[in-house]
Design a protein around this ligand. Structure first.
Ligand code: FEO
Length: 395
């Protein structure tokens, strides 16, 4: 296994990876040598990969096959550089990846594989290939090594989060396990969320293979308990469809403190009821955090006023992003103030319907100007009903 921590970039050019991410690559050696995915710096130079190969005694020029499980450049971006030092390697990938390998890198020494095709490297090392389209690009496949029963799953079963000394599940401390569970949720919600239906199919395909180890392209390798990450991913698909942890995410914004006053009361109620919650000010929080937090919770509070006849824009943008990531079925409750006119509710409904989010809303509470005692009582009542719904959905 070769791995590299990456920080200080936006993953896919948009997701803040404040805790880093690893890029993992794997060498399988028989008489022939294959490398599964690559490790690439964002400058396109595979310095770390060459250094890592040297450390494990593999001359890059001895590599015969490049297995491209997925063409996204975090895994394949080193190909052009590699071609400069060696010309007689063959790329193994699906037909959809082959098209992109050609358009991105001008590569044509490609062997296209289909479900169940195999590559015998000699000395008992046999790889089989299993397309899992749309997790999250259409080109993706699993590679499975039949002798060690290792599934090289690329993005599937991956997680954000840098790895220090511990790369394997049996080495992780309880704190590191929690860290990768949390970073796994953030990764899934940010990168995979839109493709939950395809992820479910990929989980079913993994179940058809006799797996002893899962070796993803990002995050830890599961050699002691591969079932854990399969079960985690199955749970994440349910979070995408309305389940979640027994907690609430508050998405909020307030122009002059009127909605914030009602939110203060809401927080008192949540604390009194012993409910765990995260509070994100939409104008300040990043998309990665917003999407992950909404995805993770079984219930959402939207505390946002009307702004120019519509929903407060940062909150509207946050909800739209959750919708683009297909976060559906959450229990939700909105309250907020208005001045000379309402209008937030109309836009809220429009966002939910346009993105087919199918959130289960408690009736909203709107108030003119500052919230009065009766408004705060209605907010409290809404929150108590939301807590009941949260408990029904939580797992
Ligand atoms: Fe890890 Fe979809 O790239």
């Amino acid at each position: 296994m070769l791995t590299m921590n990456v920080d200080e970039i936006l993953f896919e050019g948009m997701w803040d990876i404040m805790n880093g991410v690893t890029l993992n690559s794997y060498i399988v050696r028989g008489e022939k040598t294959a490398i599964i995915d690559g490790v690439i710096g964002w400058d396109g130079v595979p310095e770390t990969l060459y250094k890592n190969l040297e450390e494990i005694g593999v001359d890059p020029r001895s590599i015969d096959y490049l297995i491209v499980n997925h063409m996204e450049p975090d895994h394949s971006g080193w190909i052009s550089n590699f071609r400069k030092i060696k010309d007689d390697f063959v790329i193994i990938c699906t037909d959809k990846a082959a098209k992109m390998v050609s358009s991105f890198y001008g590569e044509d020494k490609v062997r296209i594989v289909k479900e169940g095709d195999t590559l015998d490297l000699g000395k008992g090392k046999v790889l089989s290939f299993h397309p899992v389209p749309n997790v999250h690009w259409p080109d993706t496949m699993y590679t499975y090594e039949t002798g060690t029963k290792t599934l090289f799953s690329c993005d599937m079963f991956g997680a954000f989060g840098r790895m220090e000394e511990h790369c394997f599940d049996d080495e992780l401390t309880p704190e590191e396990q929690d860290f990768f569970e949390s970073e796994g949720i953030r990764y899934y919600s940010n990168v995979m969320g839109t493709f939950t239906a395809s992820v479910k199919k990929a989980i079913e395909k993994a179940k058809t293979l006799d797996i002893k180890t899962i070796a993803p392209g990002h995050g830890p390798v599961y050699r002691e308990n591969p079932q854990k990450i399969i079960d985690d991913y199955a749970r994440f698909t349910r979070y995408a469809e309305g389940a979640g942890k027994n907690e609430i995410t508050i998405l909020w914004g307030s122009m002059y403190g009127m909605t914030a006053k009602a939110l203060g009361h809401a927080e008192k109620v949540l604390k009194r009821e012993g409910i765990r919650y995260s509070k994100l000010e939409a104008a300040r929080a990043g998309d990665s955090e917003i999407v992950a937090s909404v995805f993770r919770a079984a219930a959402i509070i939207i505390a946002a006023p009307t702004y120019e006849y519509k929903l407060f824009p940062p909150v509207a943008a946050a909800l739209s992003e959750a919708g683009r990531k297909r976060i559906t079925g959450k229990a939700a409750f909105r309250f907020g103030s208005y001045g000379w006119s309402g209008g937030a509710e109309n836009e809220l409904k429009e966002i939910i319907e346009r993105n087919r989010m199918n959130w289960d809303f408690i009736e909203s509470v709107e108030f003119e100007g500052v919230p009065k005692e009766e408004d705060l009582a209605r907010v409290e009542s809404g929150i108590l009903r939301l807590i009941e719904k949260m408990k029904e959905k939580a797992e």
